[in-house]
Ligand binder design. Structure first.
Ligand code: UDP
Length: 330
């Protein structure tokens, strides 16, 4: 049962009026080292093997993110980038602490540059609060500095987008005589529905009528714009840490390898209204979430699943892994 009129949640994609496959809720790419997740999803789709390259628009230049040696060469004069190359351990992923603690002042400067131009303004826009109040554990997802020329956003073993889109993948998944689906039906309008086992994938605080208070969510509003150009961007995703009100702009055609006339850009505007896109993984919310999950764990025949059910900031592969682990446990 899904209150949406489609399956797949935020992975939903569809062909627009110009026959362009558009990911309606921003760029989704499967990136995983988990064989079980990869093999499971591969039962429902063929893949377009896509390695995301993300650029950041920084001081008028498009710079590869995560910041790597290419980004250093684009950004700084030759003498500075040469001195960085002298100071690094090639291939190492540097944390901010390592950059700031280094005895090489060039690495300290590089750390400050990346922090001030890539992380602080982007995170403040994304999360709507000052840097000092942002839980830094969110940031483990993006390496501050990668000391090589690998400018892929992810380095996982499997990286791909479903050949015919995510919606098709999910409709294939539920296409079984053992599965009846109800779309456009809100569980909260049928609170007394009888069930043997209930797996709830919506907001866990709402399930319990907010009895321990509301959990915080960050919302994203997506705007899609059609252009007659074949492509508008040189890559699938461009991040805008400082400029404009949107955080990033994605161009579906890069992700899907679709050959069509025209293209669509998707702009992401973070805010506090709309539908919940991200949980806020800070201490206060984690404590509140644990109270809700305790009730779930102590209620027979009730389970939660997915990002909203578990109130966890997961990538798609982690959400799939969670679903597989849950079903394995039955
Ligand atoms: N981040 C950032 N600058 C960037 C990219 C990411 O500061 O250019 C930080 C930001 O706080 C963001 C987090 O890293 O919320 C996770 O980024 P990711 O790209 O993994 O976000 P998602 O794709 O889940 O929106």
């Amino acid at each position: 049962m899904d209150k949406n009129k489609y399956v797949g949640g935020l992975c939903y994609d569809e062909y627009d009026e110009n026959n362009i496959l558009v990911q309606r809720f921003g760029p989704h790419i499967i990136h995983t080292n988990n064989n079980k997740v990869w093999n499971y999803l591969s039962k429902f789709t063929n893949w377009f093997y896509y390695h995301a390259n993300v650029l950041g628009y920084i001081e008028g230049k498009y710079v590869p993110i995560p910041f790597n040696l290419k980004s250093v060469e684009y950004t700084f004069p030759k003498h500075f980038s040469d001195s960085i190359k002298q100071a690094i351990y090639y291939d190492k992923n540097y944390t901010f602490k390592e950059l700031f603690d280094s005895s090489y002042s060039q690495l300290n400067k590089l750390g400050s540059y990346i922090k001030e131009n890539v992380f602080v303004p982007y995170s403040e826009k994304q999360w709507g609060k000052p840097w000092i109040n942002i839980d830094k554990s969110l940031m483990h997802r993006v390496v501050p500095f990668r000391a090589n020329y690998d400018d892929r956003y992810y380095t996982a073993k499997y990286q791909a987008v479903p050949m015919c889109g995510f919606s098709k993948l999910f409709s294939n998944m539920v296409d079984s005589h053992n599965i009846n689906i109800m779309l456009g039906v809100d569980y909260f309008n049928l609170p007394n529905i009888a069930y043997k086992n209930l797996i709830f994938t919506g907001c866990v605080d709402k399930l319990f009528n907010y009895r321990f208070g509301k959990l915080d969510y960050r919302h994203i509003n997506f705007k899609h714009r059609y252009f007659t150009d074949e492509y508008k961007q040189s890559t699938g995703v461009i991040n805008y840490p400082k400029d404009f009100d949107f955080t990033r702009v994605s161009e579906s055609k890069h992700l899907t390898n679709q050959k069509t006339k025209g293209t669509v850009l998707t702009y992401e505007f973070p805010g506090n209204n709309g539908f919940p896109a991200y949980c806020v993984d800070d201490k206060e919310n984690k404590e509140r979430k644990n109270k809700y999950l305790d009730i779930v764990n102590n209620t027979k025949n009730l389970y939660v699943c997915g990002r909203l059910g578990n109130y966890s900031y997961w990538s798609a592969d982690e959400a799939v892994n969670n679903a597989l682990s849950l079903t394995d446990s039955f």
